[in-house]
Design a protein around this ligand. Structure first.
Ligand code: GTP
Ligand code: MG
Length: 354
């Protein structure tokens, strides 16, 4: 016979906010880990330059946007600044061979993938208890830009945005709903769900819409266009922090409770499209209607999250019917745990991430 005690809402939220902050801090990468990763990036860059002298190797994804957890993998992008360059397929093959000869990495080259990449991994060692996993892609300039956009959002209100995002990243990994290959959602997709919620669902908003703010000076189409996509956004964050202040004062715990409530009960999965650029859109307005399309397209648009720049691209295209069912079940479970307010906030946290 167990008797569950509940505590007052306010006390729970205060305690839970503190728990979240403490929990997330201990999961951040250590300075040593960051230094090792930067060394690896530099080493790989020097090796690539023996094949393509005008190349640069840049970090994107979580290592570069402020949403990195301990032992997260490295996403690297190779940019080549010269006109005459090898095609990505040949480069991937050559680089794979070179790394296999010259380094201790396990190497897997995928020259014929839709986006050619080299996958690298390093076994665990005393200085690197979890090893390293790293993907090198080529000329993926849009990924560098969306990384910068997410980083800017993180910098506006790090205490709330980073805590929320990092917690959700741990949560979705522990609950096993973070595998696009198995029909659930990528980390990038979850981060977009959080930003959408903070920009477009919360009223007053916690974050401004950086893609819709007026620029400080006229921007030419050449400056704002990349591969046919409008990539402009307001990126002067120090100025923004002087001029823009959210009037939303909710704590990170309140925001998280409301995040789970919104995506488990309010968001319309059948008709809605999450767009951080334009707010809530409709599937039929984008030609992403799951009813109209049959066969594979039907599976592609169960959950719709518009990429901030590639607006005809559904970031959640890998989410299957079963995957979405599982994700929604997990969102409801999380919401239920938080609304039950166990008498110690730390219990809520460990239950959430069980
Ligand atoms: P962890 O690896 O789990 O720490 O998360 P992450 O923040 O690195 O996210 P993820 O590995 O899912 O994605 C890394 C980066 O790849 C993102 O920041 C994007 O720049 C890019 N990316 C991932 N998925 C997509 C996608 O579906 N579309 C586009 N355009 N970019 C993507
Ligand atoms: Mg990553």
């Amino acid at each position: 016979h167990t008797q569950r005690r509940t505590i007052s809402k306010q006390r729970f939220l205060t305690e839970f906010s503190q728990c979240l902050v403490d929990f997330v801090i201990q999961l951040l990468p250590t300075p040593e880990e960051l230094a090792v990763k930067e060394n690896v990036r530099g080493l790989l860059e020097r090796l690539i330059r023996t094949i393509e002298p005008d190349s640069r190797l840049l970090s994107f994804g979580s290592t570069a946007n402020g949403f990195s957890l301990r032992n997260s993998d490295m996403d690297l992008c190779c940019l080549i600044d010269s006109e005459e360059r090898l095609n990505a397929c040949d480069l991937v093959t050559m680089l794979g061979d070179l790394l296999e000869r010259e380094t201790k990495f396990h190497v897997k080259s995928l020259p014929h993938a839709r986006i050619p990449i080299v996958k690298l991994s390093l076994d665990a060692s005393p200085g690197l208890p979890f090893g390293i996993a790293c993907d090198i892609g080529f000329e993926n300039r849009l990924a560098l830009e969306n990384t910068r956009l997410l980083m800017c959002y993180a910098m506006i209100d790090p205490a709330r945005v980073r805590t929320m995002v990092l917690f959700l990243k741990v949560w979705c990994k522990r609950r096993k709903i973070n595998s696009p290959y198995k029909g659930t959602l990528s980390s990038y997709g979850y981060v977009l769900l959080v930003i959408f919620f903070l920009v477009h669902v919360k009223n007053p908003p916690v974050l401004p819409n950086l893609q819709q703010m007026p620029p400080l000076r006229p921007i030419s189409p050449e400056e704002s266009t990349l591969n046919g996509h409008n990539i402009w956004f307001f990126d002067d964050i120090s100025l923004l922090r002087q001029r823009w202040q959210s009037s939303n004062t909710e704590s990170v715990a309140e925001l998280l409770v409301d995040f789970f409530r919104y995506y488990s009960r309010e968001f319309s999965y059948n008709t809605g499209v999450v767009s951080i650029r334009a707010g809530l859109l409709r599937k039929d307005g984008k030609g992403w209607s799951s009813e109209a399309d049959r066969g594979t397209a039907r599976e592609r648009n169960r959950l719709c999250i518009e990429d901030p720049f590639e607006t005809d691209f559904n970031v959640a295209r890998c989410v299957t019917r079963d995957g979405l069912y599982t994700i929604r079940g997990e969102l409801m479970r999380a919401s239920r745990i938080l609304l039950s307010r166990p008498d110690r906030a730390i219990l809520a946290l460990s239950q959430l991430c069980e």
